[in-house]
Design a protein around this ligand. Structure first.
Ligand code: NAD
Length: 339
């Protein structure tokens, strides 16, 4: 049995808990959180995509406020790092150095230099580090990549992706609203689409971004064109500026020569392929959500299965790099090249 720890038991910690409970042969045995009221506070609703509010059964789980104590006592095979972003590098490196495999939430870190330190720690420890770029595993997004790569509908002419909501309000001290700790909306939210663009099309040559400033600084809304050699017109829009009653939209339109692939979480059906002729249809996709599928993949890898990596550490670092270029582009109102 894989002994699993979770560090940071807010929205994503609870989401990882739900996922680990569904992974055969794994058990959450320890949770670390500095919040002394964590047991009571887990009853509050949080998050932006439904279905993430588990009943937590704390029986048989050791609770810690001190991460090093958890590492030394709990005999973990792996730990989910679901802490505020600025803590990802330090906690990840400490876990890896202690011989524990790490599933760390996205974004990998606040900047490329910190990502490099995490990559070096993973290499020298010989343990697995996977970053939670769950959109690569999200069933409709994974299916879309498979369809594009299969080539049956020709090449991609254009793609537009959106991830729109209001600013997260669930964190106790609003660390999300502090650019120094979260990287702001572009690094926290919009990176999901940046990373998926990288997954589909590789590294862009440059980016052209426009942004609307949030009242307290940072970006509230961003639109980016990812510039590739050749024709495809690839754009993504991210926002924390929507009104709460808007809810949350994650969506895309991928325009291929012989089909348009449409996904929108807010529509029914959410996913469809509109071909040259006939009615649109919804292809079969894998069961579960991206959070569960990425953790299942991670669990199989640490159990020794040889799987094709869906996301590499270098790609996770490169998504942080692209977002940094997007922020610079929006700030300077200039196209920014990516080296
Ligand atoms: N993959 C996704 O879809 C997704 C969605 C939301 C958030 N995230 C990412 O997950 C991470 C966590 O976000 P969240 O929404 O769960 O935040 P959150 O504020 O809900 O939870 C963070 C938890 O960490 C605890 N914590 C803070 N400092 C600590 C410390 N030093 N030691 C132990 N515990 C500590 C807090 O008490 C809190 O319970 C962030 O990096 C965020 O970007 C990913």
């Amino acid at each position: 049995m894989l002994r699993i720890g979770i560090a940071g038991f807010g929205f994503m910690g609870r989401t990882h808990y739900t996922c680990w409970n569904k992974v055969e042969g794994a058990k959450v045995v320890a949770i670390c959180d500095v919040n002394p009221n964590i047991v009571e506070d887990t009853k509050k609703a949080v998050g932006n995509i439904g279905d993430a509010q588990p009943e937590i059964d704390f029986a048989g789980i050791d609770l810690y406020a001190d991460f090093d104590k958890m590492l030394s006592e709990a005999k973990l095979d792996a730990v989910s790092i679901t802490l505020p972003t600025f803590l990802h590098p330090d906690f990840t490196i400490r876990a890896l150095s202690g011989g524990v495999n790490v599933m760390c939430e996205k974004p990998m870190a606040l900047n490329v230099a910190e990502c490099e330190k995490m990559i070096a720690a993973a290499k020298s420890s010989g343990r697995l580090l996977q970053i939670g770029h769950c959109v690569r595993f999200w069933p409709e997004y994974a299916k879309t990549k498979q369809i594009i790569d299969g080539g049956e509908y020709g090449r991609v002419v254009a793609a537009s992706l959106r991830r729109l909501g209001s600013a997260p309000t669930w964190s106790a001290d609003n660390w999300f609203g502090d650019e120094q700790r979260s990287g702001g909306m572009a690094l926290d939210l919009h990176i999901h689409d940046t990373d998926y663009v990288q997954h589909l099309f590789g590294m862009p040559r440059a980016v052209a971004s426009f942004g609307a400033k949030a009242p307290g600084g940072g970006l509230a809304h961003i639109v980016t064109q990812y510039i590739y050699d050749g024709e495809p017109v690839i754009t993504a829009e991210g926002s924390w500026a929507m009104m709460p009653s808007f809810g949350f939209e994650m969506s895309f339109n991928i325009v291929l020569e012989k089909a348009t692939i449409v996904y929108d979480l807010t529509r029914d059906p959410m996913f469809k392929i509109c071909g040259v002729e006939g009615e649109p249809f919804t292809p079969e996709v894998e069961k579960g959500d991206g959070w569960l599928l990425q953790i299942a993949h991670f669990a199989k890898t640490i159990a020794g299965e040889k799987l094709e990596p869906v996301t590499t550490l270098e790609q996770s670092r490169d998504s942080v790099k692209i977002v940094a270029a997007e922020k610079e582009s929006a700030e300077k109102m200039q196209i920014v090249s990516i080296s």
